[in-house]
Design a protein around this ligand. Sequence first.
Ligand code: ADP
Length: 544
Amino acid sequence: MQGLMMNVPLTITALMRHAERLHGDQEIVSVTADAPLHRYRFADCFARARRLANALAQLGVQPGDRVATLAWNDYRHLELYFGISCSGAICHTVNPRLFAEQLVWIFNHAEDRVLFTDPMFLPLIEKLKPQLPALEHVIVLTSAAAMPQSALPGLLCYETLLAESDSEFDWPMLDEETAAVLCYTSGTTGHPKGVLYSHRALVLHAYAAGLPDALRITRDDTVLPVVPMFHVNAWGVPYLATMLGIKLVMPGPKMGDGETLARLMDDEGVTAALGVPTVWQGLLNYLRSSGRRLKTLKNIAVGGSACPLALMKAFEEEQGVWTLHAWGMTETSPLGTANIPPSNFAELPPEEQDFIRASQGRPVFGVELKIVDGQGRTLPWDGRAFGALKIRGPWVCRGYYRMAHSDAHDADGWFDTGDVATIDPRGYMTITDRTKDVIKSGGEWISSIELENIAMSHPQVAAAAVIGVHHPKWDERPLLIIVSAPGESPAAADLLAHFAGRVADWMIPDAVEFAEELPLTATGKVSKLTLRERYADYVLPPTA
Ligand code: ADP
């Protein structure tokens, strides 16, 4: 027998309507390319989204068409999120930091008909346009007064387009499975893969992210997403803010600028912020060098790559800010696990506290995790057994856009994350590595993340990465690459001595190399691929 409850579609149009009615007066503050600080309200955002929907219709955009964005985090990008998806088209957020060849590949694979771009990316689009046959319209996200000169024929201005469009629009009733957003993974191996989010998945993800024990963000927070809106929907923050009525502060193109971030946080009363570890390391460096103490920030959510424990402790001790470690992927919308400490955390011994804090946390309700061995057998949650991490849930992708077959999905509907992890009896999951970053030494696996965590706890280290390099006897051995803290020049022997007693002797790196900085990927993570290429012919010292 079936239940007798209404089957109301879960769409982000419903989220938008809810926000308009209940918290239309909540503020959205943005840094943009053409204004140092723009301020308006959710009601203004959605009113402009209606004009945008009319403009899209005028441009001939049909339901299911892909409409690309090449933009930083600001209010216009938020209008695109809702205006495009709620009119039944697909908002395809493109990462402008990708290489030109990857961008061409992605635009052509998605067959974007329309592109909205920040003015600063126009030179790039001018260069790529001849290779993008499907692209019919390019709209610059700026005002008529700030329209840049361009050789591109038929270039349109966003503000003019909105001003000339009707302000009334009846949002269509969409099926909740309708595709809303398309986002490609950065594709460090092979071509990028398109993850196609449905309205339903985005709404369910927002519910999950808004639970009190997920990201610990509530209506009373003021939130600064430093994770870009082209990187897994800024981790769902725009939808979460719309659902709960949260004041949003958007950094525009100033994501990597510690001074701007600190000023925005203090001036706007930001209490929670989200970003990858390199962003927080950059902010910490700025705070240390300026001697500044943040006034209102309480929590930062950090994910995208493993957050060193030393960084979390520094924020807590120096700024009174708690870091919430979370794990996820483009394929998981992204929330998979969030690190909420157990209720008895304060009574636990320090090593136990450190273990929990460094872990990626527990699965939020809705997603299920398992770890499996090489034969696909499920491994125990004992905190020691490690294996391939698999996930399933209503906001995990079941395939890739325009890809007939995915090797990452098994017959039982689980998705292989490409990560290697342990899970302890309480459900705390610890990523030991990405499968491709694990160091295989004489048949044993060494976790690069664990070694990096130890290196980062050395006071003279600003950043650390560990990669496997070829060894004639052991196949691979760990090489530690260090960026020294400002004004410091640690000795290699001291750095290696720091590992003694913290890991088994055979796991200690064989050598140390010093670098000015670590190479980053398009999503701001340390690029192990580039490091492996750079040290491909590295010869380890003969004693090893
Ligand atoms: P890409 O980095 O390829 O653009 P994603 O942003 O989807 O793609 O990255 C997902 C991957 O990032 C995960 O599979 C995992 O390896 C890594 N990751 C994400 N969060 C964490 C975390 N908190 N700790 C360790 N690794 C993480």
